[in-house]
Design a protein around this ligand. Structure first.
Ligand code: SF4
Length: 288
């Protein structure tokens, strides 16, 4: 079986929302700081040296809220981070709560920035948006999709991936989102029987919206305190896609590396490959 690892830069713990179910211990009271770009660049370089049978080229920018730099009035951070990922031949995903879509001053400028970088490198940027029953972001997500559809040239550069839990409440959110889009003149067309994907159509432009409503629920972080969830602990095992085991490594801006949402090590000046190999040992030999 092949194995691969994807990398997530957890650039901040600051978040403009404060969801009860948050596994990240993030919120508006967390420090308004982000991982320095120079550190992200080092991690990107070291990630190329990770020794595993097969490495994935997928990189995620997450948080807290990954668009935090825009809230801190730093408009260069996200475009420069994307540039670095593209230059490393990577494919970027931004994990966001999408609440910036509420604000006219942020929604279109951010999407334009994403489109500019993506057009330059000829690769789309994915926005991974949670629209489950806990996030207050339906209107904002509707605004984002509407802006993409009604502004020529940006729909092609940004891909939307909607994520929810495997609950009726999450799917109800998806239904409400589609209803709001329809009310704004954006037709939504289902792709029944395969998954939660659907198409949006406006004046000759068609875009596929990807969906996945089977996110596992973990009782970690604030969720453990608020008892919002009743789900299992994370297993620490990589997810299996086809015949490939996919590990997920997150590094935050305190230099804490986490593998598969469970195994943790402080990097402490070591090469990323050493840290990864050590974390991998914990995955396969949890008792050691
Ligand atoms: S769950 Fe996401 S949006 Fe909600 S507080 Fe945590 S990081 Fe922010």
């Amino acid at each position: 079986m092949n194995e691969q690892v994807s990398m997530c830069f957890k650039i901040t713990n600051w978040c403009n929302l404060c969801c009860d179910h948050c596994c990240e211990l993030s919120g508006p009271k967390c420090a308004r700081e982000v991982m320095p770009l120079v550190r992200m660049e080092q991690l990107l370089t070291e990630f190329q040296d990770i020794k595993i049978i097969r490495t994935s080229d997928f990189y995620t920018i997450g948080g807290g809220e990954a668009m935090a730099p825009y809230f801190f009035k730093d408009k260069q951070y996200i475009p420069r981070a994307l540039d670095m990922i593209y230059q490393a031949n990577g494919i970027p995903t931004i994990k966001t709560n999408a609440a910036w879509g509420r604000y006219e001053s942020l929604c279109k400028p951010i999407l334009k920035d994403l489109a500019t970088v993506a057009t330059k490198h000829q690769i789309v940027t994915t926005l991974d948006i949670s629209i489950d029953e806990f996030h207050d972001n339906l209107g904002a997500t509707t605004n984002i999709i509407e802006t993409l559809m009604k502004n020529k040239g940006i729909a092609e550069a940004v891909r939307i991936f909607l994520v929810g839990f495997d609950t009726n409440a999450s799917r109800w959110q998806l239904f409400k989102l589609r209803k709001q889009l329809n009310e704004r003149g954006i037709k939504t067309i289902s792709h029944f029987g395969i998954n939660d994907d659907f198409f949006v159509q406006y004046k000759g432009i068609t875009m596929q919206i990807f969906g996945s409503f089977n996110t596992p629920i973990y009782k970690m972080g604030r969720a453990a305190k608020t008892q919002v969830f009743t789900a299992e602990e994370p297993t620490g095992l990589p997810s299996i896609e086809g015949l490939t085991l996919t590990h997920c490594m997150t590094v935050d801006n305190t230099d804490l590396a986490t593998l598969n949402y469970k195994h943790k090590e402080i990097i402490n000046g070591r090469p990323l490959n050493d840290v990864f190999q050590s974390l991998l040992t914990k995955v396969y030999n949890p008792g050691r």
